[in-house]
Ligand binder design. Structure first.
Ligand SMILES: N[C@@H](CCC[C@H](N)C(=O)O)C(=O)O
Length: 279
């Protein structure tokens, strides 16, 4: 096939993990390019490429790479589990290895490719301190003073987890959007609705901060599993069925491991004009 790429511009990779979709920009070896304006313009599903999150790979000292995350509205995200798994898959393939370490706002994390081809990421220890989630004031994190009795868990980003009888019945556009900017969460929050469907199995739907409804949220699945265990609903190893697929969470001594599928959808090329128009 003829290569129609212009001589200038920027390559990107479109990936998804359980339907949580990403644009990945690899800036190793050069200066990072992503601005809030570029992320918001690229994240527009009509006038840009469209994604739930943008992940930019940077060089790192003492790790294989560093990762920065943006939501589709141009805001920054401190963590993104599914993008971490997708990027780890891409970097592991390039290095010819089955493990990588990478630096995020949370510090250094690790990922491995399992024998079954699924990619696992260690998302680190859950944050169970109200100031670090962050919340606006001290409360019992497992029982927030909010109708519906949700729990709060930080995974490098804030999560508000509701345990409901039937996650399918939740009015996600209305309830999720209303909760995202609840005053208890000074930096807004991701919102999960989960129902127990079997022993150590949950059905979960998510409204993401800065992105709205997504088909899956890895850090949200971790937060939900942690809250489910701390509220006595499950063990530490939980399977979650999300709109876009299944994720497996294992809360171990060394952190919360999240395992699932990754997919490379296509490669694209951003024009210099598009990049320059969004400084
Ligand atoms: N989809 C992600 C989480 C994305 C970050 C979030 N919207 C935020 O603002 O914190 C995941 O897989 O973890």
């Amino acid at each position: 096939m003829k290569d129609n790429r212009p001589s200038d511009g920027l390559a990107f990779r479109k990936m998804h993990g359980a339907g949580n979709d990403f644009v990945v920009i690899d800036s190793r070896g050069r200066s990072p390019v992503t601005t809030a304006a570029l992320a918001a313009a690229l994240g527009d599903r009509h006038r840009g490429v469209g994604f739930d999150q943008l992940a930019e790979i940077r060089d790192a000292e003492g790790a294989d790479f560093a990762l920065d995350f943006w939501n589709s509205d141009g805001s920054r995200a401190g963590a993104c589990g599914n993008a971490s798994r997708c990027v780890a898959d891409h970097v592991m393939a390039g290095l010819g290895r089955d493990d990588v370490s990478f630096v995020t706002e949370r510090g250094t994390l690790g990922a491995v490719r399992r024998a079954d081809g699924l990619v696992s990421v260690n998302m680190g220890a859950p944050i169970l301190d109200w100031q670090a989630v962050p919340l606006s004031y001290e409360v019992d994190l497992m029982h927030l003073p909010i109708p519906g009795d949700p729990a709060a868990v930080g995974m490098g980003n804030p999560h508000c987890v509701f345990f409901v009888a039937d996650a399918e019945a939740v009015d996600l556009p209305k309830d999720g959007a209303a909760m995202e900017h609840h005053p208890l969460f000074p930096k807004a929050t991701n919102v999960e609705y989960a129902s127990l469907t079997g022993p150590d199995r949950l059905r979960m739907r998510v409204w993401e901060r800065g992105a709205g409804i997504t088909l899956a949220c890895g850090s949200g699945a971790c937060a939900t599993a942690v809250a489910a265990h701390l509220r006595g609903l499950t063990g530490r190893h939980v399977v979650l069925d999300l709109d876009g697929g299944t994720l497996e969470i294992d809360w171990r001594e060394d952190g919360v491991w999240m395992t699932g599928p990754t997919a490379h959808v296509f490669d694209g090329w951003l024009t210099t004009d598009f990049i320059d128009a969004h400084p």
